[in-house]
Design a protein around this ligand. Sequence first.
Ligand SMILES: [Zn+2]
Length: 195
Amino acid sequence: MFGKFGRFLRLLGFDTEIADSHWNDSYLLKIALETQRILITRDFQLYQRCNPVSSKNYSKTLPYGVYCDVETVVDFLTCFFKTFDIKPENYLWDAPDSQEMIEVSNKSEDISLNIRIPFQPRCTKCNSSLKSISEQEAKTLVSEGTSRYFHNYWQCSNPNCKKIYWIGRHWMDILRTLKKVAIRFNSPSFSKKNL
Ligand SMILES: [Zn+2]
């Protein structure tokens, strides 16, 4: 499940390694330390083998760790944003609602024209950066139905991946999730205990 959360962080532009299920705790700690990554886990015992991110008296032989005991993407992102003191509002963008998007797309109009994503997504599959590609180039790489409706494309910069991305209707789900995170984040009743 944390793989799903990790892919969401990549989408938001965070350089994120997702642990393989066969990695044991010692290997996870070693990789996190060697690559200077912060280990995010819901395994409290594993977390206790890390330096808390707020710690000033840290051990140089341990990576930093964050404990997020969560089940859902909304809870995970709220924990993540709170821990690193990042405002979720900075990740929201103005967009028509889903119904409006569907109606517009049925008219074969440009539905991605007015959407400006305020962050630089990374590839959810391999964590590499994405580069913009022209509509013309994308046309040869996506289905006709996709190229008819969408006009802004990215491609993964990793030559072994090259996954294509575009802003389609699923981005409305992403926006909805981020809006829920912003509400939770700003809720007066929110505390770490809620997670
Ligand atoms: Zn990729």
